[in-house]
Design a protein around this ligand. Structure first.
Ligand SMILES: NC(=O)C1=CN([C@@H]2O[C@H](COP(=O)(O)OP(=O)(O)OC[C@H]3O[C@@H](n4cnc5c(N)ncnc54)[C@H](O)[C@@H]3O)[C@@H](O)[C@H]2O)C=CC1
Ligand SMILES: O=c1[nH]c(=O)c2[nH+]cn([C@@H]3O[C@H](COP(=O)(O)O)[C@@H](O)[C@H]3O)c2[nH]1
Ligand SMILES: [K+]
Length: 539
């Protein structure tokens, strides 16, 4: 190898004259040219003369003189509510129940509990679960009865992965605490005896259990668990009924949420969706009693007399509750709802991943145009807006915010996560999947009597679906996914050269932040291309 190289002839260096500068370039006013490099958001939408969406443009990079950690994502959800992260989970029955809402709030966003429950009381119960959540306290631990068998315990373990399960007389939270069973108690049992061994025979019985009272502070709970070298501490009320469980592993994690969305009482914030029917008045009362912070009037076309009437009733009956109205995609619709008292607007019609509204109703608007136009007008009235639907990845969030949104709402992006309602199942090719469905899909409409009432009134028994039923791949836990989205946004902001959402919006409106439309080929180029195969782990 070395000898062969030595035998190569030595190349002579090429003569290198200076790069020639053509005369025509010598007299250009470059400052004026810099101004013309890219367009303002206003110009982009005017020039395109067609509706645009996130994928149709790029944002130009700016100047970086700060670290990514300096980017502050604090934003307004409504006139009165501030969030540390601009992220909202959609009120869909395959996206947001209490578990998603808790996780969203812990990470600085908020979840909106859907309205597709058997009864309004069930929806209010979900709100209460978020409100009662205490960091480190597992309020709804899986429990077991003393008469159940080790086989039952193993089934719980394989579904939820718990290692310590409280034993109560009812097999549920709220029952009398009778003991605790951990893997240590069952490890030695042979598999063939699982079915015949009762939990009561192997559990640590109540008299040997260390428990905490309802009033216990987390720090005390931690000290007890550390001191006693225990992993789980059951919490009981004065009747010795189980109210919660504390896990040492959770306590270690509990310091990881410095940006959580808390209300004035220090409880996590949560929203709930309502519809525009008469019955929603009674639902609102239940939701307010449960402590809901914000209501979302859930409709594909917010510009209706039903919604205007409801908004006026809400603002006069419960002035302390913030109301997000929608959905809208035009400035005129926005004006109607702002005039009726909306504290924020939700923007999007037909842009969602499961939406077929534009196809079936022939009505809607591309999401980029909808967000930009409505946000401009709403901003002039001091009303923040939510970009709802069509968010495919973190870059889309940054673009939505760049078009004037203060927050984004996601359905599909969160639907395959651990915290989304529903069980995983195995699909073809061995993929782990969860169901995701539009709230206007036949499937969702038929699910409960509340939605039956909404759609299949006697004078309107013909169904017209506005959404589809789908599956999503397992995306893992939101405890990993949301920090990825947040850090991804911070990187985007840093690249644009802005440190906060307020700065972003002022620099978009004054034309400092530049945009550019991209051709179809540019869109292809901007994605992954020309590879034999590739993998895409995002975080
Ligand atoms: N963002 C989007 O692009 C879309 C979202 N969706 C979702 O699907 C679900 C259903 O949406 P919509 O069908 O728009 O619900 P909706 O409740 O606004 O409308 C359903 C039907 O009931 C009528 N209606 C509403 N209130 C009434 C009242 N008080 N009295 C008599 N009639 C009344 C409406 O005019 C409409 O015909 C929602 O969760 C919505 O978010 C559906 C389609 C598009
Ligand atoms: O046309 C529709 N038919 C439906 O059945 C439907 N369900 C939900 N939505 C809307 O879609 C949003 C979620 O969209 P993504 O999955 O793209 O995040 C949601 O936040 C809703 O605005 C629907 N739109
Ligand atoms: K769509």
């Amino acid at each position: 190898m070395c000898t062969a190289l030595k035998e190569l002839p030595i190349m002579a260096q090429v003569d290198s004259p200076r790069l020639e500068i053509p005369d025509s370039l010598k007299t250009v006013d470059w400052d004026a040219e810099f101004e013309k490099d890219g367009v303002t958001a206003d110009e982009m939408f005017a020039k395109a003369n067609t509706s645009l969406t996130y994928n149709d443009f790029n944002i130009f990079p700016g100047f970086i003189d700060f670290p990514v950690s300096a980017v502050d994502l604090t934003t307004k959800l409504t006139k009165e509510i501030t969030l540390r992260a601009p992220l909202i989970s959609s009120p869909m029955d395959t996206v947001t129940e209490h578990e998603m809402a808790i996780t969203m709030a812990l990470h600085g966003g908020i979840g909106i509990i859907h309205a597709n429950f058997p009864t309004p009381a069930d929806q209010a119960a979900e709100v209460l679960k978020v409100k009662r959540y205490k960091q480190g306290f597992i309020n709804f631990p899986q429990c077991i009865k003393p008469d159940d068998t080790v086989l039952d315990l193993m089934a719980i373990k394989s579904l939820y992965g718990f290692t310590g399960t409280p034993v109560t007389d009812t097999g549920k939270v709220g029952g009398k605490l009778l003991g605790l069973v951990t893997s240590r108690d069952v490890d030695f049992i042979k598999e063939k005896l699982y079915k015949s061994t009762r939990i009561g025979e192997v559990m640590v019985p109540r008299e040997r259990l260390i428990t905490g009272s309802e009033t216990l502070e987390l720090s005390d709970a931690y000290n007890i668990l550390e001191g006693e070298k225990k992993g789980k501490l059951p919490i009981v009320n004065s009747n010795d009924e189980l109210v919660a469980l504390i896990a040492r592993t959770d306590l270690k994690k509990s310091r990881d949420f410095p940006n959580s969305s808390y209300d004035k009482k220090g409880q996590l914030m949560v929203g709930a969706a309502i519809n525009t029917r008469e019955s929603s008045h009674a639902t609102v009362t239940l939701l307010v009693e449960a402590g809901v912070d914000v209501l979302v009037v859930d409709s594909s076309n917010g510009a209706s007399q039903y919604q205007v009437d409801l908004l006026q009733w809400l603002k006069s009956t419960y002035p302390q509750v913030q109301v997000i109205a929608g959905n809208v995609v035009t400035m005129r619709q926005a004006k109607l709802l702002i005039d009726a008292g909306a504290d924020a607007l939700r923007i999007g019609m037909g842009s969602g991943s499961i939406c077929i509204t534009q196809e079936v109703m022939a009505v809607g608007r591309a999401q980029g145009s909808a967000v930009f136009q409505v946000a401009r007008y709403a901003r002039s009235r001091g009303v923040p807006v939510i970009a709802d639907g069509g968010i495919r990845d973190v870059g889309y969030i940054t673009k939505a915010l760049g078009l004037g949104a203060s927050t984004v709402m996601m359905g599909g992006l969160l639907a395959g996560t651990t915290e989304a309602p529903g069980e995983y199942f195995w699909g073809p090719n061995g993929l782990r999947l969860k169901k995701y469905r539009g709230m206007g899909s036949i499937d969702a409409m038929e699910a409960h009597s509340t939605s039956q009432d909404r759609y299949f009134t006697s004078d309107d028994a013909i169904k017209v679906a506005q959404g589809v039923t789908a599956t999503m791949r397992d995306r893992g836990t939101c405890h990993k996914f949301l920090p990825y989205l947040i850090r991804g946004m911070q990187h985007g902001f840093q690249d644009i050269g802005i440190k906060s959402l307020n700065e972003f919006h002022s620099k978009v409106y004054d034309g400092t932040v530049k945009f550019e439309l991209r051709s179809q080929n540019a869109q292809l180029e901007g994605g992954v291309h020309s590879l034999h195969s590739y993998e895409k782990p995002a975080y």
